[in-house]
Design a protein around this ligand. Structure first.
Ligand SMILES: [Zn+2]
Length: 419
């Protein structure tokens, strides 16, 4: 037997292709992220920021330009006034949008977001009494189609769906959302069938971590970040080095039944003082109704009463903020993140609530706690971020796979919900 036949076989071609394709995806992602964070930016600066060769940056910029994701910026920049002018590149935010769907307990938010994560259109769809999951999702798809029909110059790249509870990203399923009473709802399948667009589904706490990573105040930090979402659903998400932790079947972040010291609220699970029961907006509204502050179940009315100087409303909000601070402290003990982003109505809209929350966390760690970067659009951003995260991770395939199906739908002029 000739010795050469004992030599290891060369790797099969597909493997090398897979490696090349991985590298292309990673490079394109790094370049698009860099343009998002620094644009308008010179290609030479992108090369320095990403560690890629100038030739590779030029090549990728050409591809991203051909796809319509970036463009040469209008202004010319000269380096020290001599030599060839450097034409910086910037995002082309005029053409593409993504759809965002966020399913809350009382209503669904549908929105269109541009490539900078800015909300360009938004609608709230109330669930009403006893509406089933199929109807809620059909309404969401119809709402999105209406927003798209009103923006004929925009091309949708895909749809992101976010909600609380247990959401499995890989199967596109809302596995369990106890407050809605949903189990194994195939949200990806349903929304795709009704819009014709690629659909991605994730938990809203994780979606908002991606929103913060891409578009928030701490964007591009790449450090560890914990997000605590406190609405009717209370859940959390954690990311290190740009990666959000999902765990098996995307079950991470389920903190609804963690015990909260000092909690007095009875939980459906039979115990008292579970985090979600204690902190949920339902509980806040019920306490506010019992105290005669409001007559509704809308937490914004409690906030409005506090803004009007109602001392009981202020006290309820401050108490809730302190309890949220206690929950944040627990999670800080477990995970020790660099930053804790809190999405909680009081802390987002009132300085005194944010101060109370930070005081409860303690002076050493108070500075690590910040409110969401999206105070006025957090639910729209949650939905849209699911799709934008996919785009920024793999811009070459996420943007090149859409137009044919999209354009046929967009030009058909059919009424929303019949697609
Ligand atoms: Zn419980």
């Amino acid at each position: 037997m000739p010795l050469s036949s004992l030599a290891p076989a060369p790797p099969p071609v597909p493997t090398r292709r897979a490696v090349d394709s991985d590298r292309r995806r990673t490079s394109a992602s790094a370049i698009l992220r860099s343009v998002l964070a620094h644009g308008p930016v010179a290609r030479s600066t992108i090369a320095r920021l990403t560690g890629l060769s100038p030739a590779s940056v030029t090549d990728h910029c050409n591809r991203l330009t051909a796809l319509g994701l970036i463009q040469e910026a209008a202004t010319l920049r000269r380096s020290n006034g001599v030599g060839r002018p450097h034409v910086p590149v910037d995002l082309d935010d005029s053409r593409f949008v993504v759809g965002g769907v966020h399913v809350a307990v009382p209503y669904t938010t549908v929105a269109l977001l541009d490539l900078r994560g800015r909300v360009v259109a938004e609608r709230r769809l109330n669930h009403g009494e006893g509406k089933k999951e199929g109807d809620v999702l059909a309404d969401a798809a119809s709402g999105l189609n209406t927003l798209l029909a009103a923006a004929p110059d925009r091309v949708p790249l895909g749809v992101g769906v976010a909600t609380g509870g247990w959401v499995d990203r890989d199967s596109g399923t809302i596995v369990e959302h106890p407050l809605l009473g949903w189990r194994d709802v195939r949200a990806r399948e349903v929304i795709h069938a009704l819009t014709g667009l690629p659909v991605h589904v994730d938990g809203h706490a994780r979606a908002l971590v991606n929103g913060e990573r891409l578009f928030g105040r701490t964007a591009g930090g790449g450090r560890s970040l914990l997000h605590l979402f406190v609405g009717n659903v209370v859940d959390a998400a954690f990311a290190t080095h740009d990666e959000v932790h999902h765990g098996p079947r995307s079950q991470s972040g389920a903190i609804a039944h963690l015990p909260l010291a000092g909690g007095t609220e009875r939980c459906d699970c039979g115990r008292t003082g579970c985090l979600q029961a204690e902190l949920s907006e339902r509980t806040l509204c019920r306490r506010a109704r019992e105290a005669g502050v409001v007559r509704t179940s809308d937490p914004m009315h409690v906030l409005a009463a506090a803004a009007d100087g109602d001392p009981v409303a202020v006290r309820l909000l401050l108490h809730r903020a302190r309890m949220v601070g206690r929950a944040a402290g627990l999670l800080l003990d477990v995970l020790n993140p660099d930053t804790v982003v809190v999405t909680e109505m009081g802390a987002v809209h009132r300085e005194d609530c944010l101060a109370a929350l930070r005081e409860e966390v303690g002076p050493d760690r108070a500075a690590a706690v910040v409110p969401t970067s999206f105070p006025d659009s957090v639910l729209a951003v949650a939905g849209g971020s699911v799709a934008l995260d996919v785009l920024y991770r793999d811009p070459l395939s996420a943007s090149s796979s859409t137009p044919s199906s999209t354009l046929s739908i967009r030009s058909s002029g059919s009424s929303p919900g019949t697609i």
